[in-house]
Design a protein. Structure first.
Length: 133
């Protein structure tokens, strides 16, 4: 998972630095989702058991939405309230992966939106790191 998340981070940087705004936001959301899923799986025995039980039942291993993962991480004090709030906004824009959502928002991603999403993701990743011990 670490390799995969490092690759997502590198891709998000490439997209951000080359004005691929939509792709940067979607990739940042994916990076955050993977990091939250990994942290919850590693740190929370109850969550790990739920994932294992779903896998044993033949259900998809990942049936948790990004919104749920953000809320779970906050409830377990892995991310602070500010990170929860801002990453929920990132999640809203990451959902532009569904064209209808972008049409409903009536927003075209630009560099400012990418910067806001970038800082939200970094805020959460820093919180996850700070709560490691």
């Amino acid at each position: 998972m670490v390799e995969l998340l490092n690759a997502r981070y590198a891709e998000a940087l490439i997209c951000r630095d080359n004005d691929a705004h939509f792709a940067a936001i979607v990739t940042m959301g994916s990076l955050l989702e993977g990091a939250l899923l990994q942290v919850l799986t590693e740190r929370d025995p109850k969550f790990r058991a739920q994932v294992r039980d779903r896998k044993e039942k033949g259900e998809p291993e990942q049936k948790y939405s990004l919104s749920n993962l953000i809320d779970m991480a906050h409830k377990r004090n892995y991310i602070a309230r500010d990170a929860r709030d801002f990453t929920q906004v990132l999640r809203d824009y990451r959902n532009f992966v569904h064209p209808r959502v972008q049409l409903d928002f009536a927003v075209t991603p630009d560099a400012d939106l990418v910067d806001g999403c970038w800082y939200a993701a970094i805020m959460a990743l820093r919180d996850l790191d700070a709560t490691l011990s």
